[in-house]
Design a protein. Structure first.
Length: 276
């Protein structure tokens, strides 16, 4: 049996992959190992040395000092509400754009496309004024309105999926007496569930990782999310070991979400929809 020759391109390709993998993995390993060490161990040992002895004191300190249970509650509440409302509204708007012809539709879609290209900070001053006038500043409704009302990309992605669903399904349903909402809810939405699962997990991770919006629009300690809790804890902890433990705790929800829904994510990325 002939051995496959290793080409120069293979060496470059695998070498590049290993380098980028190390760039991602090394900081994570250092943080995880540091979270199980004492401050003295961190100062004396190699950063990649396995923690011996193994200690959970840093995690206990994070839960006692970091207001982390409140942050977890606020973060998960924000994620759940954002995903549910966003999925429903975005898919409904996308269904309307895909299936109906109405006046100024092309102009609306053009403005939608332009809105996706503009940096979010351009409208930040106006957005802040609107939130203040609505009386929802420093409540969970402030970031919720922003997450739900500014995700134009999700509408565009849903529209691409719905465009691939044969219109003959809608016609058959209308012959049977179904309303437009029934068609959307019982035919269109079940077909785009793979896309919904993918967008939901990406949106969840985005909300969990967002520090700017919660910090700006709900700065009170009782409204802290995981990211703002971590940012505030940086100044109070005074210990790299405790800070590493806090970082690990903040990472866990995103990792758990990915592990639970990874099959749905892959299905949503590869599935288009039904075809005629």
């Amino acid at each position: 049996m002939k051995k496959k020759k290793i080409s120069f391109f293979d060496v470059i390709n695998h070498g590049t992959f290993i380098i980028f993998a190390l760039i991602v993995i090394m900081p994570l390993l250092i943080t995880i190992f540091s979270s199980f060490k004492t401050s003295i161990q961190i100062a004396r040992e190699n950063v990649l040395a396995f923690p011996r002895p193994f200690t959970l004191e840093n995690y206990v300190a994070v839960f006692e000092e970091g207001n982390i249970l409140v942050a977890l509650k606020n973060s998960f509440l924000l994620v759940i509400l954002t995903v549910i409302i966003n999925s429903m509204l975005a898919s409904m708007v996308a269904y309307s754009l895909s299936r109906f012809e109405f006046k100024f539709k092309k102009i609306f879609f053009f403005l939608l496309s332009v809105g996706m290209l503009l940096p979010g900070f351009i409208a930040e001053i106006t957005r802040f004024g609107i939130i203040a006038k609505l009386g929802v500043y420093d409540t969970i409704y402030a970031p919720l309105l922003i997450y739900v009302g500014t995700d134009l990309m999700q509408i565009y992605i849903y529209k691409q999926f719905i465009d691939q669903i044969p219109f003959s399904l809608d016609e058959s349903a209308m012959i049977d007496g179904c309303s437009y909402f029934t068609i959307y809810w019982k035919i269109i939405f079940p077909v785009i569930i793979p896309a919904t699962a993918t967008l939901a997990i990406l949106k969840s991770v985005g909300v969990l990782n967002d520090m700017f919006t919660p910090y700006l629009y709900m700065p009170s300690p009782q409204n802290a999310t995981l990211t703002t809790m971590l940012m505030n804890y940086v100044g109070r902890s005074g210990s790299w070991a405790k800070l590493s433990a806090a970082v690990v705790v903040v990472m866990i929800p995103g990792i758990v979400l990915y592990l639970i829904f990874r099959k749905k994510i892959l299905a949503g990325m590869t599935a288009g929809a039904v075809k005629e």
